[in-house]
Each structure stands twice: as C-alpha cells, then as structure tokens.
Ligand binder design. Structure first.
Ligand code: AMP
Length: 316
C-alpha cells in the first residue's frame, strides 16, 4: 500500500441547480480513493454502518482499493445532505449525521502503519490525529484537508493536526474562517507559519493556488461546460494531487506543480456528473488528454522571440 487515506465514507443527499440525488455513495475518503487509485495502490481507513450496501463495498474492491481498514460498525453509515444554490463553489450543509463515526476509533494494521504516503481527508481532527499517531514511522508525505464544521467546533485539535502535516489542502472560504484574514495570500502565509511546507488553496471554478515556502503557483480550473454536481471536487483534487506525488515518489517543486495539475484534472471529471459516476468510468487516455489540455490552457510564449513586453520607452 503506497497511499493511505482516512476520511468519511458516506451516503450523500445532494441538490444542485441541475438536479437532486438521494443517498448516493460519497464521502471524502470515497472520492479520494476513486481519484487516487488511477495513480497508485490505495488503502482506506473509515467506518461504515450495517446499512452499507454490499455493492458499494464491492466498488472499492473493483477500484483495487485495500478495504482492510473499512470497518463495519452496528448502526447507520455517515450521512451528509448538501445544497448548492447559484454559487456552485460553496456547498450549504443541510444536515450532517456522524452516525458510526461518532466514537469510531480505528486500529491500524501493519501494512497501514507503514504506508509511505498519508492523506488525512476531511473528518473529525481527533480521528486524523489518531491515524497519524499510529504510523510506525512518519510517512514521507502527510497532507490533510478539513471543512468549516471542524474549524467551528474543533479548532484547537485541528490546529494541532495542521502543525504536523507537510501539506494542507483547504478551501478559500475556510482559509478566511480559520485565519480571519480577508485575502488568501495573507491567509495562506498565516497557515504556512503554523508548520506545513505547502498550503493548497482550492478556489472552486477559479482553480487553485499553491503557496509553498519556496514558490507560488496558480492554475485555473479546467473549463467544464456544464457542472452537474460539485460534490467531491475537493477530495478528487486531493486524490489526483496525492496520487501523483505517491506514484512518482517526488515532493520537489516540479512534482508539486504537476500534482496540482493532476488534482485539477481529477476534480474536473468529478463535477461533470452527480456523485461518482464520471470519476469511476475514466480511461488512462481520458486523464492523459486532460492533463495535456492543461498545458495548453496555461501556455503562453512572449511574442518577438522572448524579447518581453512591447512597452513604450518613456522617461520618468
Ligand atoms: P468536497 O470534496 O469538499 O465537495 O467533499 C464532499 C464530501 O464531503 C461529501 O461526499 C460528504 O459526504 C463529505 N462530508 C461532508 N461533511 C463532512 C464532515 N463533516 N466530515 C467528513 N466528511 C464530510
């Protein structure tokens, strides 16, 4: 197992301007697994209830994801209900039922404790901490995500997690909520000061900005003609981002830039359909073509053989 994720496995009820879906398989660890498994061997740590459908568990297996850490607990699976109004960048949470996640305390097996790459997907920061603490040795790369609920209810514990990760993936609105800074540059700097080497700010349809201690990098989102359902875009981004880094074993600047593109590619597929449908049915060629489309989307060459800008010469 090259990449371990802890996070939610959920049944989501979602309403967007394009439609509605009830009790669809979702959750942060699910979207992350669905995206990252195209790149590397993934293992999942999460809890599901006795109502979890056999076909949903089979889906993880079909993806080649190691489900030894997918524990079934008597009770109901985590449920989240969300609404997107005109602004598709911001989910409005209607209801969160932690169900079997309340009091879930995973015990990692040897393969999980030795995973060289770890993603702490959006879930209670206490659970993120518990998984990080159980690792036999610190993975080469640890990254985490979170959401407004945990910033509102568990900020001290969340801060302790952020201090110990290499990379933090976070939404623009959550940067503001966590740091109190209005601008994302100042907000990202405040987060870097806590300890991570890299802060990746997810900006929905406006793309992503990477603030590393040594460089800054920004990308637009892929121009998807019709966004059906933004749910899981952040987790799919994380899956592409971490999948790329885990598969290459690299963490340098060029790798992080390419990982941000890979993340953006996976997020762009995730939003094209409700739930996991599009993300689940990709070919390697689909992913490769969209990765190349990003190179074209962001390419520019200075006219005049690199002479630079055609500025008028003026004195003073
Ligand atoms: P995102 O990638 O940010 O759109 O994440 C969407 C997923 O997050 C949904 O599939 C939800 O099941 C999951 N989710 C929502 N609220 C929570 C929460 N409080 N803890 C863990 N997962 C959540």
């Amino acid at each position: 197992m090259n990449l371990l994720v802890v996070g939610s496995v959920a049944y989501d009820t979602i309403e967007t301007p394009s439609g509605r879906a009830d009790a669809k398989l979702g959750g942060s660890a699910t979207y992350f697994s669905a995206a990252s498994r195209y790149f590397t061997d993934v293992g999942v740590v999460a809890a599901v209830g006795s109502d979890f459908e056999a076909e949903d568990r089979a889906l993880f297996k079909a993806w080649g994801v190691d489900t030894a850490g997918l524990e079934t607990i008597q009770g109901r699976t985590f449920r989240w209900s969300g609404l997107y109004e005109e602004d598709l960048n911001a989910a409005i949470t209607r209801e969160t039922q932690l169900n079997v996640f309340a009091g879930f305390s995973p015990r990692l097996g040897a393969a999980q404790r030795n995973a060289p790459h770890l993603f702490l997907a959006n879930i209670d920061p206490g659970l993120q901490r518990s998984v990080l603490d159980q690792m036999d040795r610190r993975p080469g790369l640890v990254a985490s995500d979170t959401m407004n609920l945990w910033i509102d209810t568990s900020k001290p514990r969340l801060t302790e997690v952020i201090r110990d990760v290499d990379a933090l993936l976070i939404n623009e609105g959550e940067v503001r909520l966590f740091t109190g800074e209005r601008g994302i540059v100042a907000g990202a700097r405040a987060l870097l000061d806590l300890g991570p080497r890299t802060v990746v700010v997810k900006r929905g349809e406006y793309g992503v900005a990477v603030f590393d201690r040594d460089f800054t990098f920004a990308l637009p989102a892929y121009p998807v003609p019709a966004v059906a359902d933004p749910t899981g875009a952040g987790d799919s981004f994380a899956g592409g981002f971490m999948g790329y880094l885990a598969a290459t074993g690299e963490t340098g600047e060029e790798a992080v830039r390419c990982a941000a593109v890979a993340g953006s590619v996976m997020a762009s597929f995730a939003v094209e359909s409700f739930g996991l449908d599009r993300l689940c049915s990709l070919t390697a060629e689909d992913i490769r073509r969209r990765f190349e489309a990003f190179a074209d989307l962001t390419r520019f060459n200075a006219l005049g053989g690199g002479e630079g800008l055609p500025l008028r010469e003026r004195d003073g």
